[in-house]
Design a protein around this ligand. Structure first.
Ligand code: SF4
Ligand code: SF4
Length: 158
């Protein structure tokens, strides 16, 4: 069974993301933009020469690939110190490696949210129904040595 969605999207202004710049969003609005796809929790391979980033299906050790959520979100830095806390201030720096369907990246690129986004459908299930989340298809980083990650590169969008 999928865990309850931890993102509170109640009481938000209608289509606030179209009326406010990212830097002006309050904390609840910012968090609500996350569609819960889990793709930013996949390990990435970056080409040192070209800077190209490839996503793999090898998931961070803390990702639950049924709910597509971090199992230790509040204390995750104790286990994964390098996990990024994305904010409006550091989005410029990180957008290039974010998944192509990520709402933060899409809005940063001046694009619209996709029709399956939970803010538009009213249900977090829509991201899974659209086949855009990592639900059920990751492999564990514990069981997958880093030298094999190249064999697990995925194409985007999925
Ligand atoms: S890729 Fe973006 S939308 Fe998907 S879980 Fe990560 S932050 Fe949320
Ligand atoms: S620590 Fe949690 S939020 Fe960070 S990459 Fe891993 S699963 Fe995702």
């Amino acid at each position: 069974m999928t865990a309850k969605d931890p993102i509170d999207r109640r009481g938000l202004s209608r289509r606030f993301w179209e009326r406010k710049p990212l830097a002006k969003l309050n904390q609840q609005e910012w968090e609500a933009l996350c569609d819960g796809c889990g793709k930013c929790c996949l390990n990435k391979l970056e080409d040192a020469d070209t800077g190209d980033v490839a996503l793999t299906r090898v998931a961070c050790r803390l990702l639950d690939d049924e709910s597509c959520r971090c199992t230790q979100y509040d204390i995750r830095h104790q286990f994964v110190p390098e996990c990024i806390v994305l904010t409006p201030k550091n989005l410029d720096e990180h957008a290039y490696w974010m998944p192509q369907t990520c709402a933060y990246r899409l809005l940063w690129e001046g694009k619209s949210l996709p029709e399956w986004h939970p803010l538009l459908t009213g249900t977090p299930k829509s991201v899974h129904d659209a086949g855009v989340s990592v639900q059920g298809w990751t492999v564990s980083e514990f069981e997958t040595p880093e030298e094999d990650w190249e064999d697990h590169i995925i194409e985007e969008p999925i």
